[in-house]
Design a protein around this ligand. Structure first.
Ligand code: 0X9
Ligand code: ZN
Length: 750
């Protein structure tokens, strides 16, 4: 017979029960905490978290009758999510005692620590040519932390690390990692995609980082989270996922209190489990990407967890996270929300912050099923296979990513226009992934015109992954074509565009005269009109960044832009139930070579009614008496899921528009269907005139005629590569052809 008092006094984390902790009459509740006083009241009540984040807002607890009464007395509102937890635990015990479904396969029931180890050995026996046992080290109580290394023939490969079960009660997490190992081995011969990735990547899979806690959750306390450290004060356990040495020790995101579920330990890496994992990772510098599996909530989380600052590689982290979430969705239709860790809640000293921050590993936490607190950790066994199935392609995405030599990005974009006869500096970011970058190999290759050979100039290294390219001086009216190239220390070459020189970046050279520029730092009098709108009008501001289709930042780096529903604290808002219109005042577009340009952002793919609304841009040449369409973004296609897109139009070429000083532009976002999330933004609106006045490129000193001083200047540059005049034919060298061109233009410029 079990002693039941431990649970009824309500502090199972302190009590060392004789039999398993029982949760009779304990409900899972979602409390709504409205103040610090509520948070303090809940900790005074001693309510145990179901989950781990405490803050103002909804928080899940597992609570006894008495604790619920105390909550009511303290005026804390709550909703019961699971009426009684114990029957779920009993049913699970019953199933396990009955031994699952005989012979029906390994993933039909949860498996204990010994069974996981035995299965790892079997997988190695199945394919010793592909798999070997990894011994990471020992837990506090002396249990082996083991894993499996899976890879095909070959050497010098990038590696991915996949681990489960830092948290004991999250039983689905080791199952998902075991399933991935199983599929990589079992499908190797039959599935060409699996074979290719297993040949290209080294998989290091550690299903069970916290064996002591896991064993404890199979015996004394099903809801145990931490390891089994005796804290010396009657409490047990350190939260391993608060014990890593990156952002360690912050009270926001971890607890100094030994009894808390997020107790961080006495020092970073105070626990043998995190120590041996750390040593394993640092001994394998080929690890470039990582997933730490947890449950529950259905999330894909990336660094940082401890700060809301953006990681240097936020764009890469976000994009790969989105790719994995999309792959997961495609299997059984389950949504896993992709976001920065701290946007869920602050967590400091977590493995992914250490892996990324200290080791440069692209690191993710995936929170598995269920999507809410019911059934939470007590996931029924028929959920194992679908959960594991949907996460296997995410593991493959991560591995595929790990094979990418490097990624290029352009923080200020790439110009489609360059100022004539003027070199242009362009920031370039080259993020090495599969292997370290040879910084000295980063090069821009360019030519003036659309044929001929390319001239190579090195990028200047600004430290880390930051470089600066200098686009050469280009004669007015000419086109510049170029690409970037760099290689890893292993000699893998990657270009941008990837298939260069078949594809190339291109910019046109003009003299540029800006007649209007609004970066929205100041209020220049734009007008907002709303038609039948419930919520979400245009407003000028710094993007709040809700990560639900809205821009994380403005387009031009000035800070401010116009965007829809940039609510300072309510992220649950967007354009709703109507139309919001942003219109300029009258602008001067009278120059025959005037161009209107802007950066725009549009997202209609998040939410229940995706790809059903449009973003309309119109212009007027009579101060808005009539409008003509310029472009309609959506309802579907590549430009409706966010991202800043630069657009430019020659005003004289817009049908129905003539060049006037009575020009206006307006941007209309609407939510006309039901329930969709629509987010739009506009930045850097410009009117520019593009022209070429120089008809006399050989007039090198600008004197108005081509004469002796120009000839001497050309001869002084003989044989060099100035990237522009006096290389008059733009072939990369000042030579006899340029001399002949200059002599041919001898005399006054007309
Ligand atoms: O709190 C944790 O350690 C993880 N969640 S769990 O419910 N499985 O305990 C999340 C870790 C990463 N999350 C954040 N950085 N917020
Ligand atoms: Zn967890």
């Amino acid at each position: 017979m079990w002693i039941i008092t431990a649970a009824f006094v309500g502090v199972p984390a302190i009590a060392q029960p004789v039999g398993p902790v029982r949760y009779d009459g304990h409900a899972v509740v979602q409390a709504v905490l409205t103040s610090q006083a509520d948070i303090d009241a809940m900790s005074a009540i001693g309510a145990r978290l179901w989950g781990e984040a405490v803050g103002v807002g909804p928080v899940d607890y597992v609570v006894s009758h008495q604790e619920r009464e105390a909550m009511t007395a303290a005026g804390i509102a709550f909703e019961v999510v699971i009426g009684d937890v114990q029957p779920l635990i009993d049913a699970e015990r019953q199933r396990l005692a009955e031994g699952g479904v005989a012979g029906a396969g390994w993933f039909l029931a949860f498996t204990d620590y010994d069974a996981i180890n035995a299965r790892l050995d079997e997988l190695v026996q199945q394919r010793p040519d592909l798999a070997s046992i990894v011994v990471v080290g020992e837990s506090l109580e002396g249990r082996a932390i083991r894993g499996i290394r899976i890879t095909g023939p070959g050497q010098d490969k990038p590696a991915v690390l996949i681990n489960g079960c830092q948290h004991a009660r999250e039983w689905i997490s080791p199952m998902v990692t075991m399933y991935a190992a199983d599929r990589l081995i079992s499908d190797y011969d039959a599935d060409a995609q699996v074979q290719a990735i297993v040949d290209a990547v080294e998989f290091l899979i550690v299903p069970m980082v916290n064996p002591d806690g896991y064993v404890y959750s199979w015996g004394p306390d099903r809801l145990w989270r931490k390891n089994r450290r005796n804290n010396g004060d009657g409490t047990f356990g350190v939260d391993l996922n608060r014990n890593w040495d990156f952002g360690w020790g912050l009270d926001s995101g971890s607890s100094p209190n030994t009894n808390d579920e997020t107790y961080r330990g006495t020092a970073p890496f105070s626990e043998p489990e995190t120590q041996v994992m750390r040593d394993y990772v640092t001994a394998h510098p080929q690890i470039v990407a990582h997933i730490d599996f947890h449950s529950y909530s259905q999330l894909v989380l990336w660094p940082w967890g401890y700060t809301s600052s953006l990681a240097p590689d936020v764009a890469v982290l976000d994009e790969l996270g989105a790719t994995m979430a999309a792959s997961i969705l495609s299997v059984h239709g389950e949504t896993y929300v992709n976001q920065q860790g701290i946007d869920l809640y602050a967590a400091s000293g977590v493995i992914i912050d250490w892996a990324y921050g200290a080791q440069g590993i692209f690191s993710y936490t995936i929170e598995l099923r269920s999507d809410g607190p019911d059934p939470g950790f007590l996931l029924p066994p028929d959920q194992i296979i679908p959960t594991a199935e949907e996460n296997f392609p995410a593991v493959l995405d991560l591995a595929q990513f790990a094979t990418t030599p490097m990624l290029y990005s352009f923080p200020s974009g790439l110009p489609d226009l360059v100022e004539a006869a003027t070199p242009t500096a362009v920031p370039v970011q080259i993020t090495s992934i599969a292997a370290a970058l040879d910084s000295s190999s980063a090069t821009i290759l360019w030519r003036i015109g659309t044929s001929g050979s390319f001239t190579a100039s090195p990028l200047s290294a600004l430290g880390g992954s930051s470089f600066e390219a200098t686009l050469p001086s280009v004669p007015c009216g000419d086109v510049l074509q170029y690409y970037f190239e760099a290689q890893t220390i292993l000699g893998d070459v990657e270009r941008s565009p990837q298939d260069a020189p078949a594809s190339l970046h291109e910019a046109q050279s003009f003299e540029i005269s800006v007649t209007f520029l609004d970066d929205f730092e100041a209020d220049l009098g734009w007008i907002v009109d709303n038609v039948g709108l419930a919520d979400g009008p245009w407003g000028r501001g710094v993007p709040v960044n809700c990560n639900r289709g809205d821009p994380p930042a403005d387009a031009d780096g000035s800070g401010t832009c116009y965007l829809t529903d940039n609510h300072p604290f309510n992220c649950n808002s967007d354009v709703d139930g109507g139309t919001t219109i942003l219109s300029s005042l009258g602008l001067d577009a009278s120059d025959p070579e005037a161009y209107i340009s802007y950066d725009r952002w549009y997202s209609n793919t998040e939410g229940d009614d995706p790809a059903n609304d449009v973003f309309v841009i119109e212009v007027s040449d009579n101060l808005g008496a009539t409008w003509v369409p310029l472009e309609t973004v959506g309802p579907s296609g590549p430009e409706v899921s966010g991202g800043w897109i630069h657009k430019a139009f020659r005003v004289a070429d817009i049908p129905g528009i003539t060049n006037t000083s009575l020009f206006r532009i307006r941007f209309t976002a609407s939510d006309l269907g039901a329930g969709s999330i629509v987010e739009a933004a506009v930045d850097h609106v410009m009117i520019r005139s593009l022209f070429c006045t120089t008809s006399c490129p050989a007039d090198l000193d600008g004197s108005g005629d081509v004469g002796v001083t120009d000839l001497l200047a050309l001869l002084a540059a003989w044989g060099t590569n100035p990237g522009g005049p006096p290389d008059l034919d733009g072939n990369g060298t000042v030579n006899v052809n340029d001399l002949l061109a200059l002599l041919g233009a001898w005399g006054s410029c007309e």
